[in-house]
Design a protein around this ligand. Structure first.
Ligand code: AMP
Length: 212
C-alpha cells in the first residue's frame, strides 16, 4: 500500500501517519522528520534547511526531491509507504510522478485531512514532541506533569516552528504553495478528503475507511 497523506500544518498528519504505518506495516516517511534530524545532527543538509524551517518557509524543491528520491529506494520502502509532508509544491508532485514512473510503481491513495484554521492554531501552539521517540503530545489533552515523555521518559520540547508568528507564515505558505497540490490530485481523481476533527481514533477510523 502506497499512501500520500496531505493537509495543512497541525492537522494531525504525523500522528495519523505513525498509527497507519504501524497498522498497515508500511514505512512512515516524513520529510519534516528527516529534515529536523539533519538539523539536530548538524549535517550539510541540516545546515541548508535550518534557516528555511525556522522562518516557516519551504526548503527548496531540489533538496526535498533529492531526499525522497533516495528514501523511496531504500529496502524498507519496498512493501509500501506513507508519505507525510511530501509533496508540498507542484514541482514536487510532478517530480514524484516521475520517480514513481521510473520505479514502475503507483500510488494507491492520496488522502487529504481538513480542519478549521482556528483549531489548527490551538493545536500547534500546544503541540509538544518527544526528542527521543518522536511521540506527539498536546498540552490541552495530554497530562505531562514533569515535561517527560509518557512513552519513553525522553525530553519533551516545543518545535521552533510551532511559535505563533511562524505558524501564521506556515499557513500562508500552505495556502499559496501547497493547496495547488490538492487540486493537482483532485483533477486526476485521486484525492479522498477526510474530516480531521475529532478524537485520534475517530480520525484513524475515517482514514482506514478511505483506504478500504
Ligand atoms: P513538517 O514537520 O511536515 O511540518 O515540516 C516542517 C518544516 O520542514 C516545513 O515547515 C518546511 O520548512 C520543511 N519541509 C518539510 N517537508 C517539506 C517539503 N516537502 N518541501 C519543503 N519543505 C519541507
Amino acid at each position: 500500500m502506497r499512501i500520500i497523506l496531505f493537509g495543512p500544518p497541525g492537522v494531525g498528519k504525523g500522528t495519523q501517519a505513525k498509527i497507519l504505518s504501524k497498522d498497515l506495516k508500511i514505512v512512515h516517511i516524513a520529510t519534516g522528520d528527516i529534515l529536523r534530524e539533519a538539523v539536530s545532527r548538524g549535517t550539510e543538509l541540516g545546515k541548508k534547511a535550518k534557516a528555511f524551517m525556522d522562518r516557516g518557509e519551504l526548503v527548496p524543491d531540489d533538496v526535498v526531491i533529492g531526499i525522497i528520491h533516495d528514501r523511496l529506494r531504500e529496502r524498507d520502502a519496498k512493501n509500501g509507504f506513507i508519505l507525510d509532508g511530501f509533496p508540498r509544491t507542484l514541482p514536487q508532485a510532478e517530480a514524484l510522478d516521475k520517480v514513481f514512473d521510473k520505479m514502475k510503481i503507483k500510488i494507491d491513495r492520496v488522502m487529504s485531512m481538513e480542519v478549521d484554521k482556528e483549531v489548527l492554531m490551538n493545536r500547534l501552539t500546544s503541540r509538544r514532541v518527544c526528542r527521543n521517540c518522536g511521540s506527539i503530545f498536546n498540552l490541552l489533552v495530554d497530562k505531562l506533569s514533569d515535561s517527560k515523555c509518557t512513552k519513553c521518559g525522553g525530553e519533551i520540547y516545543q518545535r521552533d516552528d510551532d511559535k505563533r508568528e511562524t505558524i501564521e507564515r506556515r499557513f500562508e505558505v500552505y495556502q499559496n504553495q501547497t493547496r495547488p497540490v490538492k487540486n493537482y490530485y483532485g483533477t486526476k481523481k485521486m484525492l479522498v478528503e477526510v474530516d480531521g476533527i475529532g478524537e485520534i481514533e475517530e480520525v484513524t477510523g475515517r482514514l482506514k475507511l478511505a483506504i478500504g
